[in-house]
Design a protein around this ligand. Sequence first.
Ligand SMILES: [Zn+2]
Length: 374
Amino acid sequence: MTAPEPTTDLAALPKVLLHDHLDGGLRPGTVLELADAAGYELPASDEAALRDWFVQGATSGSLERYLETFRHTVAVMQTADALRRVAREAVLDLAADGVVHAEQRYAPELHLAGGLEPQQVVDAVRAGLEEGVAEVAAAGGRIGVTQVLTTMRPSEHSTTIARLALANRDAGVVALDLAGPEAGHPAARHAAAFRTVRYASFPTTVHAGEGAGVTSIAEAVHLAGALRIGHGVRLIDDVQLGARTETDPWGTDGARLGHLAHWVRDQQIPLEVCPTSNVQTGASSSIAEHPITPLARLGFAVTVNTDNRLMSGTSMTQEYAQLVEHAGWGLEELRDVALTAGWSAFLPHDQREALVEDVLRPAYTPRASGRHRA
Ligand SMILES: [Zn+2]
């Protein structure tokens, strides 16, 4: 592996973020202000304490405590103004993190408690994203942002959300996502929703292989027709790694892939991997031992993502830095995931090509020595 040059500014590298939840990326100060305006009580009353509370909740190992963090963010996102503000700020924060293209996902059905209709939720988020993109452009930056509509595994409304996504396909909604607890909530329950979007030639991504194993991934790919997998890290259970040696620290040279792992790799189905989040939820023991490294070495189409920037106290730059520091990644590995993410964005092919060839590849290609004379 080539270590990044010491001067490599990870924050400045252009990045593509495919897996980031709108209700998991709020600024702590915004949560406080929105809660105040709504008369909603939070577990902490100043920014630093609230930030810590969110990260601790996500790291506690208790599912109850983890879900509680989202109860609070979702609770303050029940008006059009609040959704618009959160969406706008997300775009500004991502641009400041070097993100040049992002998909923002959220579940419209969780934002109806204040009386909004699902379409109004989508409209409010779109307005906020557009404002953010315009502000970034006005300041001389560049970012593109699209929406992914999430439906929840325990939900009864997946077909409604699928239709909502299709109704907004020309207004920035690019895919349907399935999220929520995998165990006990198989994707098969939502077969009608997946059929609805698939027959309309519209993409699906499914959270799978995070809380449950290989069967859940198989279901996402083969039953839901997922074009990408959210997380997918348990795919490593279908890979028999060889002996670790000094020159082959992961035993990938002698690895044997099961049928599903073969399929996912051979079809280059992108994995939206979220390293810090996976360590927090126990899907992986550490960044150093995270399956993303052997999966990348084996040629899987892996991408690096943030999942929930607030709960994980992370950013794309931070995810990159963690992989460099703890998993021995260099500029080459970072370039591979960035280009894969660019090619895997739910965008028309010509736009992906422009993103990859004009924006990403040049930034990750070290300048040939001598080309720039002092
Ligand atoms: Zn997620």
